[in-house]
Design a protein around this ligand. Structure first.
Ligand SMILES: [Zn+2]
Length: 265
């Protein structure tokens, strides 16, 4: 059976996961908006790993939003790689199934091919003790993983780099965010087929509704029955993907989203 869970923001995500019946918990290791190194909830990675295993809750770690390994700006790209490496190590220590990182972007006037080349270098140089899941993003004109054509360009390069760098460990996979896809103008009705035709895989779904219209470019998540997307469309995406699903939806309402998805998927 497909695992359903949530993104929890508290200091003890396991308590929230258990209370909401989630079988998977995603959380940040530290400040999602900051450059400081990872912080492990409770401070003891081994204890955390054991507690989640005992409760049978899978762990996913979302990397900080500031990471942008595609950037051609050294002052962003270099600390991004460093933080990504730190997050990969810490996520593996807590026994996570994957580290989710946004596809990132280049700035206007920069050839997106340079962003792709920077992604390739990041893949070649990172040690991956667990799968690294690249997530599609909602907006921006120069994003690496927003529109399907950009994703195809990124994936071709990144997948071959990951194959060639086999000794670096964990695979490179894909995380599909339904809110981001809808805002990016990707029709969710056949998104899973189209994405799998590019990536060959969907490792995780971020099952979120959206406060904004199709193609808006905005990134404002909504509860499953409170957004502009028919919630049965979201359900179909999760079913078609065959992947675990994490709701990154607002509180209160997150527990209801998890329960509904779990009951219906
Ligand atoms: Zn997401």
């Amino acid at each position: 059976m497909v695992r359903v869970g949530g993104h929890f923001h508290s200091d003890n995500p396991l308590d929230d996961a258990v209370a909401s019946g989630a079988r998977a918990a995603q959380f940040f290791l530290g400040d999602p908006q900051g450059w400081k190194g990872p912080v492990i909830p409770g401070g003891d990675p081994a204890a955390l790993r054991e507690a989640y295993a005992k409760a049978d809750v899978d762990v996913y770690i979302h990397a900080p939003y500031v990471i942008n390994v595609a950037s051609t700006n050294n002052r962003i790209r270099i600390p991004s790689r460093k933080l990504l490496d730190q997050q990969l190590r810490a996520a593996a220590e807590v026994g996570a199934r994957g580290l989710i990182v946004h596809g990132g972007h280049v700035t206007g006037g920069v050839d997106p091919a340079e962003g792709v080349a920077n992604w390739v270098k990041a893949i070649e140089r990172s040690e991956r003790p667990l799968p690294l899941l690249i997530e599609n993003t909602a907006g921006g004109n120069h994003a690496m993983a927003r529109k399907l054509d950009a994703l195809a360009r990124l994936w071709d390069a990144v997948a071959s780099a990951a194959d060639a760098a086999g000794t670096n460990g964990g695979e490179v996979g894909f995380c599909l965010d339904t809110c981001h896809a809808n805002s990016a103008g990707i029709d969710l009705a056949d998104a899973v087929d189209k994405i799998k035709a590019i990536t060959g895989r969907i490792d995780l779904v971020h099952c979120n509704n959206s406060r904004d219209e199709f193609g808006s470019g905005a990134d404002r998540h909504a509860n499953l029955d409170a957004g502009t997307i028919d919630k049965n469309t979201l359900l179909d995406v999760v079913r078609a993907s065959g992947a675990p699903a994490i709701c990154e939806t607002p509180e209160p309402g997150l527990a209801d989203d998890i329960a509904w998805l779990q009951a219906n998927v």
